[in-house]
Design a protein around this ligand. Structure first.
Ligand code: ADP
Ligand code: MG
Length: 291
């Protein structure tokens, strides 16, 4: 495109809330045929809430206080949910020290000399902890598109907390517009398969990858480019930065982290996925104009 038509396109995109940081991104956007969406904070609000608390010994307040004691030290959106619920129930977080966050797995610390862990099943089982007697609760949580987080004290799993994140009101319409534009839509998430499947099915997403560790998201992008797709990646988190940089066009959610924004060619200032089909339409119109 001529510099003039690109300038007009950049201006038009800005009207829709899509801030173009790399001029090239606007020209490439019209050629995209695969859009990969992160789940948490991109398709969903990124502000999960606790939907269910179940302790094997029926002491739900103790379970929540322990979980809150761990999450007090974490900055993950899941931590926000657990701390808000503990506060709403009038619970004081337990005194947990030696805290560590493990990317894509969960959080670990010490409580009264015992190791305490909160995270996903795959991680706890890899640590040699058995998640028994919680299958009925797990099914209820995943059936509501929630994520089960298991709490272990010492070597015992003592309960499960269900956390769910609402889908943004306009995610469905934005995905429909991408489909209407002939674009394939894929979702990548660190979340478990059951939850990912529930969301992908509800929104008509063509393909999804679940339990993708943060460092592996960029590999998914590269693999799809290797298959011949012109790929957009849309994400909001620190974890998404390498994947955004690996895509033909990276779209960062404007309410997301600075690192994501710096790694992306386009920033969606309104936090809405509509900015993706908007940018694609503007790009197609801009490039057509000069032929
Ligand atoms: P996403 O790709 O959905 O943004 P993450 O890679 O951040 O997800 O996390 C993947 C999974 O790791 C979560 O679904 C959860 O099971 C576990 N996890 C990560 N951080 C925490 C935390 N602070 N507390 C509990 N579980 C966590
Ligand atoms: Mg995210």
């Amino acid at each position: 495109a001529t510099p003039m038509s690109v300038m007009v396109g950049v201006g038009k995109a800005a009207e829709y809330g899509a801030l173009i940081r790399q001029g090239e991104a606007l020209q490439t956007a019209g050629q995209l045929d695969l859009v990969i969406l992160d789940k948490t904070g991109t398709i969903t609000e990124g502000h999960p809430t606790v939907t269910r608390v179940s302790a094997l010994d029926q002491d739900e307040p103790r379970l929540l206080a322990l979980a809150a004691g761990l999450e007090k030290h974490s900055e993950h959106p899941l931590a926000e949910a657990i701390l808000a619920r503990a506060a709403a129930d009038g619970l004081e977080p337990a005194a947990v020290d030696q805290f560590h966050a493990l990317n894509g797995k969960g959080v670990i610390g010490a409580y009264q000399g015992q190791t305490v862990r909160l995270g996903n099943r795959r991680w706890l089982e890899a640590e040699g902890l058995a998640v028994r007697d919680l299958d009925a609760d797990t099914d209820r949580i995943t059936g509501e598109a929630g994520t089960p987080l298991y709490l272990a004290l010492g070597n015992e799993v003592i309960g499960v907390i269900g956390v769910a994140d609402a889908i943004k009101p306009d995610s469905q319409a934005a995905i429909d517009r991408l489909h209407d534009a002939g674009i394939r839509v894929m979702m990548v998430t660190g979340d478990i398969d059951a939850t990912a499947k529930a969301i992908a099915t509800r929104l008509g997403i063509d393909e999804y990858r679940a339990e993708v560790l943060p460092e592996d998201k960029a590999e998914v992008v590269s693999a799809m480019r290797g298959k011949g797709y012109t790929v957009a990646m849309v994400g909001d988190g620190i974890n998404d930065a390498p994947a955004l940089a690996a895509a033909d066009v990276g779209f960062a959610i404007g309410t997301g982290t600075d690192v994501a924004i710096e790694s992306a060619g386009i920033t969606l200032m309104r936090g809405s996925l509509h900015g993706v089909p908007d940018a694609i339409e503007v790009s197609r119109a801009t490039v057509k104009n000069i032929h």
